[in-house]
Design a protein around this ligand. Structure first.
Ligand SMILES: Cc1cc2nc3c(=O)[nH]c(=O)nc-3n(C[C@H](O)[C@H](O)[C@H](O)COP(=O)(O)O)c2cc1C
Length: 194
């Protein structure tokens, strides 16, 4: 089985990446308990070429966008995955502009091509220094909610706190929440797609 996580941060090695790594460790470990090898990949949007949606609907019935950037390649990865995690830092009490652009681009490809992502398990990951991460958590889950994707949850909303790179690892409850999110996502994947 395969899970692809998207890091919407400007910092490829920041707290969003660290949080996604923690989720991945929990996911792979619980997968093994079920006898499943879960392949886990993190894609950093900061390293990708990504333009805004042009609202041209040129993607309709083509399974891809007409724009020549990295979105088609990433969409193919998502299409071949069993689970998708969207991770974003909190920027002014919302998702990063990169993540919003990404959601708009893949969302419209998905919608105009017969809902290619339906049935995959989704999970959201948000980090913040202090406030606004609930908005991010909700915004990411809205995507899964319109894509017919069941959403994995945890013992708390999937939020970690930290400002400087790596600080999220000191948020004990956040770390537990992310680990458990990985466990629950693996359970769901094995029940729904194993
Ligand atoms: C442009 C910008 C806006 C931010 N807005 C918020 C905010 O609204 N609330 C908050 O708690 N932290 C805010 N932060 C702090 C980041 O969410 C925090 O540093 C987070 O750990 C960054 O994740 P990263 O290391 O993956 O980039 C902001 C940071 C930046 C650069």
């Amino acid at each position: 089985m395969k899970v692809v996580a998207i890091n919407g941060s400007t910092r490829s090695d920041g707290n969003t990446h660290a949080a996604l790594e923690i989720v991945g460790l929990g996911l792979v470990a619980r997968g093994k308990e079920h006898g499943e090898d879960i392949e886990y990949t993190i894609i950093d949007l900061a390293k990708k070429k990504l333009n805004p949606c042009r609202a041209c609907y040129g993607c309709r019935d083509k399974n891809e966008c007409i724009q020549n950037d990295d979105v088609n390649e990433i969409f193919k990865e998502l299409h071949s995955a069993d689970g998708i995690i969207l991770g974003s830092p909190t920027y002014f009490s919302n998702v990063s502009s990169r993540m919003q652009m990404f959601i708009e681009r893949i969302g419209i490809i998905n919608k105009t091509n017969g809902e290619l992502l339906a049935g995959k398990v989704g999970a959201s990951v948000a980090v913040a220094r202090r406030q606004g991460a609930n908005v991010v958590y909700a915004a990411l889950n809205y995507f899964f909610g319109i894509a017919q994707m069941p959403i994995a949850s945890s013992t708390y909303w999937n939020i970690g706190l930290g400002k400087e790179k790596g600080e999220v690892k000191n948020d004990e409850e956040g770390v537990k929440t992310f680990e458990n999110l990985g466990h629950n996502m693996a359970d769901m994947l094995c029940k729904l797609r194993g």
